[in-house]
Design a binder for this molecule. Structure first.
Ligand code: FRU
Length: 492
């Protein structure tokens, strides 16, 4: 049996033991066992492919494989066989994160080979490699691997997560890296033929405050600007910023391809919830820049390990640029395909205190529009998935202009609260997506987003609208029950 078949057998067995209590209804997740970063996002021959870091043999991280999902509409996903398994001389200990491109009509994956030298001393080296597929399912690693055997001389050993694209005659690759002095940075390579890569130089690096290693870079144009997405490790928490162990964020700037100069502004976090990391993007045939992140965080509590699986990916989100200086993130339009029945409550009514909406549904989309010009309350918001002993709260303070996601009563007791500044003057629109173990908040059409995993006990349902210390006019409150895209699959 080859390594892919072995992994498939293991997943089949493990899949039978998975406990459903926190299984996602419409998010990407593994059949069983561990996943982390999304990899190789691409629209290939009209279909969307999402690969991901995967350990098919255990609910904990281990030798990385690439799992594989495919969809025609970004909503209904189908599991395909494991695409990459480690164990060759250039990827002995893992096939780490990377990207995908169409190359001569084939689907090509560019990934990092992780090679352990001494596990106890955490001594390793990392290489960049390519695997190609004619049918988009079975991948063959190139005999030329590694296509980049080592990082530049002034580099530390962290050298991973290649993102590749084509521009005019050449291929380009950004790689996450750390300098000899342990400064996080992104370096750039160029290739005329996709196999021979020449080091171009450093594209951007930490000014000393942005960590020791920049993971999972992505570099693209958005509305006339260049965006460098990065997931830095080692940024110190600062007030309400950088609260997670690691962050994902972006630099906006202008890029001169002649000189390789990227002149950019300061680092901004992309999402302010607990569980959002290692984001990657693709450009689709409608011209949309679509981002997907890992919906968990390293070293956080992950209760689904006890259920035989661990890790999920966010909804696909469209990125747009606001006034040239801020990225807005909103769920792709196709999420509407998930909608079942539509319900309206207290539209154009004023509420004071709390207004309870009884529903036993756990898969929900919610839109709440508060009119802040007809509001005497200091705080307005929503509670979901059980009230009081157990609940998840999203609230907006008109006084502090702050949006808060409080998950401390929903399985994140240690570190449950996240805040983000939001200047909502006239209206506050909260657009939520609830799954069995996640919440995604899009506030004021992507001005702020907060993404977290939640782990309510069985039977916790319901929504409460509330205002504190006064009343507020609710312009709209709509919720939809959402479809469970995995339902048939789970029965198999
Ligand atoms: C980011 C990351 C990547 C690496 C992968 C390993 O979460 O650490 O840098 O390639 O995960 O699974």
């Amino acid at each position: 049996m080859n390594r892919i078949q072995q992994a498939e057998e293991a997943l089949k067995k493990a899949g039978k033991k998975v406990n459903r209590r926190y299984r996602m209804g419409y998010h990407m997740m593994p059949r069983a066992n561990w996943i982390n970063d999304p990899n190789g996002l691409i629209q290939y021959k009209g279909e969307y492919h999402v690969f991901y870091q995967h350990h098919p043999y255990d609910e904990n991280w281990g030798p990385m494989h690439w799992g594989h999902l495919k969809s025609k509409d970004l909503i209904h996903w189908e599991h395909l066989p494991v695409a990459l398994a480690p164990g060759d001389e250039f990827d002995e200990s893992g096939c780490f994160s990377g990207s995908a491109v169409e190359y001569n009509g084939d689907l090509a994956l560019i990934y990092t080979g992780h090679n352990m030298i001494d596990e106890e001393k955490d001594d390793f080296y990392q290489t960049q490699n390519i695997a190609v597929s004619k049918d988009g399912i079975v991948f063959e690693k190139l005999k030329e691997n590694p296509v980049i055997a080592e990082p530049p001389e002034d580099s530390a050993r962290h050298f991973r997560d290649p993102k590749v694209w084509k521009h005019r005659e050449n291929w380009y690759m950004v790689v996450g890296n750390s300098s000899k002095e342990n400064v996080g940075r992104v370096i750039l390579y160029r290739s005329p033929n996709f196999v021979d890569w020449e080091y171009v130089g450093v594209l951007a690096q930490s000014d000393g405050n942005l960590g020791f290693m920049w993971e999972c870079p992505d570099f693209f144009e958005l509305d006339g600007k260049h965006i460098l997405l990065i997931s830095p490790q080692g940024i110190e928490a600062d007030g309400e910023s950088y609260q997670n162990l690691y962050q994902t964020g972006y630099l906006i700037g202008d890029y001169d391809e002649e000189t390789n100069e990227f002149v950019h502004g300061s680092f901004k976090e992309l999402d302010h919830g607990h569980d959002f990391y290692a984001v990657q993007t693709l450009l689709d045939d409608k011209g949309r820049r679509i981002a997907i992140g890992w919906m968990d965080m390293w070293e956080s509590e992950m209760p689904t390990k006890a259920d035989g699986w661990c890790g999920a990916l966010t909804l696909p989100r469209e990125l747009t640029l606001k006034d040239g200086h801020k990225i807005l993130m909103n769920p792709v339009e196709e999420t509407k395909l998930l909608r079942g029945s539509e319900h309206h409550e207290c539209d154009n009514q004023s509420i004071s205190g709390s207004y309870f909406i009884k529903t036993a549904e756990k898969l929900l989309e919610v839109v709440a529009v508060f009119d802040l010009t007809i509001c005497s309350a200091e705080t307005v918001g929503l509670k979901i998935r059980g009230i009081e002993q157990e609940e998840t709260t999203i609230k907006y303070s008109l006084i502090d202009q702050k949006l808060t996601l409080d998950c401390s009563k929903s399985g994140k007791a240690r570190d449950g609260v996240r805040n983000v500044r939001l200047e909502a003057d006239e209206k506050l629109t909260l657009h939520l997506f609830l799954d069995r173990s996640s919440i995604e908040v899009f506030a004021n059409h992507g001005e702020a987003t907060m993404t977290s995993r939640i782990y309510p006990k069985e039977g916790r349902a319901g929504i409460e609208l509330f205002s504190e210390k006064g009343n507020v006019r609710v312009e709209e409150f709509t919720y939809w029950t959402l479809k469970d895209i995995w339902k048939g699959d789970e029965a198999k």
